[in-house]
Structures are given as C-alpha cells and as structure tokens.
Design a protein around this ligand. Structure first.
Ligand SMILES: Nc1nc2c(ncn2[C@@H]2O[C@H](COP(=O)(O)OP(=O)(O)OP(=O)(O)O)[C@@H](O)[C@H]2O)c(=O)[nH]1
Length: 400
C-alpha cells in the first residue's frame, strides 16, 4: 500500500536525481541554477524530517522541516527571478521565512494547533507558487521557445491550486492525530501532487537552462564576436528569407556591401589592435544608426553587408551616404593617438526572381566601381542597364 512516508521518500529520491542534474549544470554559470540547487537541497533534508515525525522531536519534524520546505519554495522562486533577470527579493523572502517559522513555533509550543500550521504553510505555498507562475509568464524571453516556461508556470499554478484545496480540506475536516498515518484519498492525492511539484518544477528549470544554453550557442554561431555584427552565414540566412518575402509581397529589399578603405594602411600605421578597434567602432556606430529590422553582417575581414528590407535603391543610396559620411567624420582615439577612416559602398536592390548570390554579386560589382572611382563613395547599379559591354557606365555615382 502507498503510504504517505513512501510518497515523501520517493520524492526525496526524485529531488536527489534533480540535484545531480543541476550540479552538472552549475559550471555553466547561468543565473538561477545555484538557487534551484539550494532549493532541492532544502527539500531533500526536509522530507526525511517529515517522515520521521513520530521518531524525532517536534523541533526537527515540525519547525525545521517546515522552515526548510518554505525555504525550498522561496529558493525556487528566487532561481526563476534570477534566471529571468529579475530581482529575487532575498531580504523579503528571508523575512517571510522567519515569520512563518515563528508561526510554526507558536502553534506548536504555545497552542499546539495543527490546522493553523497547515493553513499557514498552504497559504504561503499557494502564494509563492502563484508568484512563480506570474514571473515565468510575464518575463519569459519572447524570442525563445515558450514551452519550458509554460510548463513550469502550469505546474506552479497546479501546485498553488492543490495547496489551496489542501488548506480548505484541513479547514473543514476533524484534524487527524497523526498526519503521517492520515491516508484518506484526499490527503494522499493532494500530498502526492504537492510532493512531486518541486522536482517537476526543477525538471522544467533544467529545460529552461537547456533552452538558454541553446540560445547562447546559437547567438555565438550567428554573431561575429569581435564586432557584434551578425555572421556571414546568418546574414545570408536572413537575406534568403527576406528575398522570398520581398518576392511574395512585391516590396523592395536592398543590400549594401561596405568595405573600409585602405584598411591595410591603418593596420600598418597603428597596429592590428587599433585595426580591430576601428572595426568594432565602425560596427557599433553603424548598428546604432540602422532601423530595427535592418541587419549588419560581417562578411569577412574589413567587409560588411547591410540588409535593408522595404527599401528601394533611392532610399538605400541615401542611407549608404549617411553611413559613409558618419564613418568619414568618425575619429577613433586612444593611447596610439587618433585615427580616422572612410568606407566605400556598393548598393543593389533585389530584382524579380533574383536570388541572394546574384544580388550580392551585383552589390559587389558596384563596390568594385566605388573603389575604382576613388573610394569614400557610394555606387549603385541601375536596374535597367545590364549590358555587359557598357558595365563601367552602368553605375551611377551616388556619392552625393
Ligand atoms: N586589424 C584587423 N585587420 C584585418 C582583419 N581582417 C582583415 N584585416 C586586414 O585588412 C586588410 C585588408 O587589406 P586589403 O584587402 O588590401 O584592403 P585595403 O587595404 O582596405 O584596401 P582597399 O579595400 O582597396 O581600400 C589586410 O591587411 C587584412 O590583414 C581584422 O579582423 N582585424
């Protein structure tokens, strides 16, 4: 027969397994794991104390066991808050733990009232798990898979409801003499759900951590770590999606290919580290001046690409000239002295049925002309002129 003690013992083993899983994730340094780890330790220590209710003093089996249970729930909340970049309110939680522990002591040693103790614990659990569900739903990262967050929030809400029902149940029945042998169907059911709540929520936490790790790996793969621009591979992926959308909707899409002028000279004069700084600074001011939805990618070395959705050639040329002027006026200074630079830009706007390779080849050709025509300028290929023999004339000087 399923006794209450065996339910709690199984939960303790389950929590131990979860603790080991969290231990393996501690070195990732992801915020929240330490708090979840601590929460599981508290639960693992609390459960045997509940089981040994008749064999050990009340101080351990009631006061300490409940204090640890409350701390475990607070620890789980604090872990979620930290994971989501929210304040964990540790001081307030510590005050709540102290007050509830005092309530346990008063209604054990003063007036030994089991119902008040149960009501205090179940009310607190219902509140902290509702707060956990709310923080998970309100602050989950919107650019990531929602499933782990919904799962954790649903379990938290289910647990909160069970705690309310448990409180109501003990409020209406005749209080039992011994809780551990009180194996009515309601008590067993509510206690079982309550018991598996924290291990299940820890499982959801592990799912959230895996999601965060995946997001950080994807982020590293999709960005150039030196400049913060997106990687060439990711820019191409975005470009292919945007080209398909442009073909579908009939909206325009322009591509700028930007190359820093005489960059070798900057490296040779000031050193490679200053060259790196120039690339970083160029990327920083360029990203800052683009709209949401535009993308700057590093194509390699000192060459960058900018994708401009919903932008025709005329506007793209204006944007390119704005970027060119801003770079020309940009002075980078440091212990090496001061250094300035200029950029050349090739502009191309997607044509009907055209793919990314052709679009970028056209922007590249325009860049080639910008370089050949003196650098620090913008060149764009005119749509209607594609005659190979007149290629040199096919570019309009857009350096205005
Ligand atoms: N500091 C630094 N230099 C780089 C990086 N990637 C490429 N380079 C250097 O950029 C220089 C590019 O030189 P070139 O291809 O001759 O081009 P350029 O000197 O800019 O001349 P134009 O493009 O014709 O104006 C090379 O010396 C590369 O070593 C980088 O990440 N950091």
């Amino acid at each position: 027969m399923l006794t209450l003690a065996s339910i709690l013992a199984t939960t303790a083993l389950l929590s131990l397994a979860m603790l080991l899983m969290l231990a393996s994730l501690l070195r990732t340094g992801i915020a929240g794991i330490r708090e979840w780890f601590f929460s599981n330790i508290c639960l693992i220590v609390a459960l045997p104390l509940f089981i040994l209710r008749d064999a050990i003093p009340d101080l351990l089996s009631i006061i300490l066991a409940n204090a640890l249970l409350i701390t475990a729930c607070c620890g789980y909340y604090a872990g979620c808050a930290r994971f989501l970049g929210r304040p964990p309110h540790l001081h307030r939680l510590a005050i709540v733990i102290a007050i509830l522990t005092a309530v346990m002591a008063i209604w054990t040693y003063g007036d030994n009232n089991f119902v008040i103790r149960v009501l205090a614990i179940t009310t607190f659990n219902a509140l902290i798990f509702t707060a956990t569900a709310i923080i998970l739903l309100r602050h989950r990262p919107l650019n990531r898979h929602p499933h782990p967050y919904w799962f954790a929030a649903s379990v938290a809400l289910l647990f909160a409801i069970c705690q309310m029902l448990r409180g109501a149940y003990f409020g209406v029945i005749e209080p039992p003499d011994n809780l551990m042998s009180f194996d009515t169907i309601w008590n067993v059911a509510l206690l079982s759900i309550g018991a598996v709540a924290l291990p299940t929520m820890t499982m959801a936490a592990v799912m959230m951590v895996h999601d965060a790790m995946l997001a950080s790996v994807e982020d590293a793969a999709n960005h150039d770590h030196m400049t913060g621009a997106v990687s060439r591979r990711w820019l191409e992926t975005i470009a292919r999606e945007q080209i398909m959308r442009a073909h579908r909707t009939g909206k325009s899409l322009s591509l700028l290919i930007i190359d820093l002028d005489h960059f070798k000279h900057i490296n040779d004069t000031h050193g490679h580290a200053v060259g790196d700084e120039v690339l970083r600074e160029f990327a920083r001011i360029t990203i800052a001046s683009l709209r949401d939805g535009d993308a700057l990618g590093r194509l390699g070395g000192e060459e960058f690409g900018v994708l401009l959705p919903n932008t025709d050639t005329e506007v793209a040329i204006k944007i390119a000239n704005r970027l060119r002027e801003q770079s020309q006026q940009h002075v980078i200074s440091g212990s090496f002295g001061a250094c300035n630079y200029s950029i050349s830009i090739g502009v191309a706007t997607v044509r009907t049925g055209e793919n990314f390779d052709i679009l970028s080849a056209r922007a590249d050709r325009a860049l080639y002309f910008a370089k050949n025509n003196g650098r620090n300028r913008v060149e764009a290929e005119r749509d209607e002129e594609k005659d190979e023999g007149r290629q040199g004339e096919n570019y309009m000087n857009a350096a205005t």
